[in-house]
Design a protein around this ligand. Structure first.
Ligand code: GTP
Ligand code: MG
Length: 470
């Protein structure tokens, strides 16, 4: 029995190697910060693939345009321990009456598709071997997990110092009051055993502070990321520590002191959460798409948009190649294409898309300039996985104006000009006199049979899969 299992496992590995050596396997990772549109994107992508050759409109996807695509089906995923992406649940939501967006997701999931096509390689055609398969694994994971990467390079003391610096911001400081106050009487050398419950309570307050930073200030650079998205680690002691921002210890604190315990938990977090994620998942990705909601910070503040820029910069460090730290070389050895996408472009009128793209480029650029990438192709696009609006031309003050039509989440129909998207990070007065009217839209009414409307999903497909389907 055991031998049979071993044989099967060997066979699976051999199959995988065979597929890889013939370029028939692609692991596509989809990430982005919370609510950036990952689940909607993966759902729309699978749905468009299923509809390819039927009702899907994908003019830029060449394998389809050239009539070489033969079919697509969902197949059993290779990793049995990873949750399956909830495709049918997402479709059920989108086809409900009234249509709803898929539920938020908290953890990593994957789905495997088999794409059959005819190769345009003349040699393959000549020898009658032009029928090809591409096994596409799509992995959806929270971008916040990547933001923990820099922790691998920081000691507990250095990380605490960084948080102390962040607290110079009056807005952050105000939100941090509850946990700062709760720990104010602590001293670093105090024995931990007397404070077990207190530590858990302060860690909860610190977690609440991270949530508040995100929800009230629209900030994304929050650490440790798993405090807000714990996934399978919920309740583990290694998620119960806080940065040491009070009086520093005079001498090296013992391991059973408060400081010593926080230090040990911080190191455990790095080892079991951060390093494990990179080793188990990140190092296996071939291509990566990062979704960015550039419109959200435009509704909030200049601090929020600078925070998004800095966060994207941190995220880019994960993909850095070349003369980088040892762990970066170890963990990111093979991603060859990296695509940044400004998601939800259907919230603005089409003539604003170039400005949206330019804003995305400005947000990503500082990170790109700092990082060194070798053998990796980078691209930026503006896209809507599911187009929830339509556009019409009207005459306004004697001039033509494009107006956006859609339905808001409360079910009211809208016809509005959402405003001009700044092509660069705007000055603070942009938020003092807000000229943008960006409203969350209900998904389009849809019977589940026809392909859903989208914006440039075919260009995304061509960039990510085109060269693998020659
Ligand atoms: N109009 C429009 N809205 C979108 C689109 N994609 C996502 N949204 C909106 O963004 C919200 C979040 O989308 P999700 O796909 O759940 O985003 P996510 O990144 O998976 O979110 P988490 O799982 O919570 O991290 C949705 O509920 C929609 O309101 C899109 O293509 N068009
Ligand atoms: Mg999701």
């Amino acid at each position: 029995m055991l031998q049979q299992e071993r044989w099967l496992s060997l066979q699976r590995k051999a199959d995988l190697l065979w597929q890889r050596s013939w370029d028939r396997h692609l692991r596509l990772a989809v990430t982005g910060l919370t609510r950036s549109g990952k689940t909607a994107f993966v759902t729309a992508l699978i749905h468009q693939l299923e509809q390819a050759g039927f009702s899907a409109r994908l003019p830029h996807w060449q394998v389809l345009q050239q009539g070489r695509l033969l079919g697509i089906q969902q197949v059993v995923q290779t990793h049995q321990h990873i949750p399956t992406f909830g495709y049918s649940q997402a479709l059920t939501k989108l086809t409900s009456n009234p249509p709803q967006w898929p539920e938020p997701t908290q953890t990593l999931s994957e789905i495997r598709l088999e794409l059959r096509f005819r190769s345009q390689n003349l040699l393959r055609q000549k020898i009658g071997h032009d029928l090809c398969h591409l096994y596409l694994d799509i992995v959806d994971y929270p971008g916040e997990w990547l933001l923990d990467l820099p922790l691998l390079d920081l000691s507990y003391a250095q990380w605490s110092e960084q948080i102390r610096e962040q607290l110079q911001s009056p807005q952050r400081r105000r939100l941090a009051e509850p946990w700062l106050k709760a720990g104010i009487n602590w001293s670093a050398g105090q024995p931990f055993t007397l404070l077990v419950d207190e530590v858990a309570a302060v860690a909860d307050l610190y977690t609440q502070y991270l949530h508040d930073c995100r929800q009230k200030l629209g900030l994304h650079s929050i650490q440790p990321g798993r405090f807000v998205l714990p996934g399978e680690f919920a309740g583990a002691p290694m998620l119960q520590f806080v940065p040491w921002v009070w009086a520093l210890p005079d001498s090296t604190p013992s391991h059973d002191s408060l400081y010593g315990l926080f230090q040990a938990r911080y190191e455990a977090y790095k080892e079991h959460v951060v390093r494990q994620f990179y080793q188990k998942h990140f190092s296996g990705f071939d291509r990566q798409i990062v979704l960015v909601d550039c419109l959200q910070p435009l509704k909030i503040s200049q601090e929020a948009i600078y925070d998004l820029r800095d966060t994207l910069g941190q995220l880019l460090q994960s993909f850095q190649y070349g003369n980088s730290h040892w762990w970066q070389r170890l963990f990111a050895p093979r991603i060859d294409k990296l695509l940044f996408v400004a998601s939800k472009a259907d919230h603005v009128t089409p003539e604003q898309h170039p400005a949206l793209l330019s804003l995305l480029r400005e947000l990503v650029h500082p990170g790109l300039a700092r990082a060194r990438f070798e053998g990796i192709s980078l691209e930026c696009m503006a896209m809507a996985a599911i187009r929830a609006s339509e556009y019409h031309q009207v005459e306004y003050q004697g001039k033509p104006l494009t107006v956006l039509h859609g339905t808001n989440l409360a079910g009211h129909e809208l016809a509005l000009f959402p405003g001009m998207i700044p092509s660069r990070i705007p000055e603070p007065d942009f938020w003092q006199n807000p000229a943008l009217r960006l409203t969350d839209l209900r998904p389009p009414s849809w019977n589940g049979k026809q392909a859903m409307p989208h914006i440039r999903l075919d260009q995304v497909l061509e960039y990510l899969l085109g060269d693998k389907m020659q």
